[in-house]
Design a protein around this ligand. Sequence first.
Ligand SMILES: Cc1cc2nc3c(=O)[nH]c(=O)nc-3n(C[C@H](O)[C@H](O)[C@H](O)COP(=O)(O)O)c2cc1C
Length: 214
Amino acid sequence: MSTTATQEQAFLEVIQSRRSVRQYDPHTVISREELKEMLTLAAKAPSSANMQLWRFLVIDSPELKEKLLPIANSQQQVVEASAIIAILGDVEGYRKADRVFGQAIEAGYMPEDVANSFKERYVSLYSSLPSDRIREVAVIDASLAAMQLMLVARAKGYDTVPMGGFDREKFKEAFNLGERYVPVMLLPIGKAAKPGHPTARLPIEDVTFWNEVK
Ligand SMILES: Cc1cc2nc3c(=O)[nH]c(=O)nc-3n(C[C@H](O)[C@H](O)[C@H](O)COP(=O)(O)O)c2cc1C
């Protein structure tokens, strides 16, 4: 599908204007409906075998945000942002394979026999992966959704900051994640009270190899 110059311009503007924002207007409310719409778009991200091992824990209760504050190294954005989306990886998410492939059959995207054979193959593969490998798959899926969510939020006039600075063990305990859900990052979302500061990037030549790693 081709893209018009205007669409390209608008998309590039979203990318160029995203910055990590650490000060939020505490009075901005984002409705659950709007959050759901943004999460639905974030979940259009690609994932390994389309298993969608991302999960979103939306924290919009003021009490829970306060509970999160010490766990997140007292980073104030977790109480000031409208909501915190905890991006999780679900290491047992492949159990929803029936659902994933059932939807593909229903929508006419895949013949039933093809879908069933894919499903069997992937469930057998995923359930036999070593725990560090399935964890890696879940973290990659979840990270792709997180990036997409940051851009969707920006396109809708909101700001975000990806946060890895929090105590994972305490977070798991506080929010009853058990062993199934891996906390990947926290994503405060809201309206900036102060713009994020500009950041520089390494020249692309410094981070790109052509055909061989030197
Ligand atoms: C995995 C990851 C973890 C991060 N953790 C934090 C964090 O705990 N607190 C914070 O203020 N920013 C955090 N950041 C934001 C980075 O500092 C920021 O993305 C980087 O400086 C580039 O700035 P920009 O996002 O405005 O382009 C994190 C970013 C990533 C990707």
